[in-house]
Write a new protein. Sequence first.
Length: 325
Amino acid sequence: MSWPRRVLLPAAALVPLLAGCSAPAEQKPAAKAAPGFPYTVTNCGVKDTFQAPPKRVVTMNQHVTEIMIALGLEKSLVGTAYLDDTVLPAYKKAYDSVPVLAKEYPSKEALLAANPDFVYGGYASAFDAKDGRSRDDLKKAGISTRLNTEYCPSGKTSVDDLYREVTEVGRTFGVPDRAEKWIAGARAAVTANEKRLKGVEPVSVFVYDSGDKTAFTAGGKGMGNELITRAGGRNVFSDLDKPFGDAAWEEVVARRPEVVVIYDYGSTTVEQKKKRLLDDPALKDVPAIKNRRFAVMPLSDAVLGVRVPAAVEKLAAQLHPAAAR
């Protein structure tokens, strides 16, 4: 990004300029704010005031890209990065119209080359200070930012946080009506699932994301925990004080989950993950392993994004197939 150069004038050259200052100058009217603006929002402790919707946006993770597309904002996107799995079929055409800056996160140079005025990150790692992409660094470059609220330092994530995320993104981009319409449909889907599961006994669930020496799993603060609860489950690692974290295999054995939910993404297949669990002699007496009770979720279903209402229903059908009929 080029910066304006400061030019130092010699003192003699300043005289005519100062003389001209005595004449009344024509004042330029202040730029008018767009309808619905200015809009001020505080996101994860960072306050921004927008006079108009951002026009050149880079999304740094799949689930925030899908939020933008769900709100019909793909024409505002000048770049995207970090696809975890397959984009929803309904969003594929819009996604394919957006330049992919990197398979994972772009370098700071590649990000700035896209000339964004707004960067939207799904995980805290999108704004890694070591790579020069911190929110402060980008602000100094004149770029506004947003971090998905699942990674704000706050309490447990709930569907209310999803509604807030969609509301605030809708307001930021001047499409609050689209956000309200999406939220109304999401609320109806979540309520319908609650009715289907009324009276079911929750089953204990262990999420297996990845890991060999330890189990990388869903903790109690993220959307994964909320999905399990709303789908009629009980996360055995809900006491882990973060969205994701490592757990000792001994703890998995001690907590005796009835179902293993496998997160599907990346180069390791679901079948490979199942094999790792089934072949571990230390896990043979865990009820979920003994009974081969597995459920599967794409990773992008298990984070704070527009897939959540459908993901609750899909997981509920796997945890409580009789109730889903």
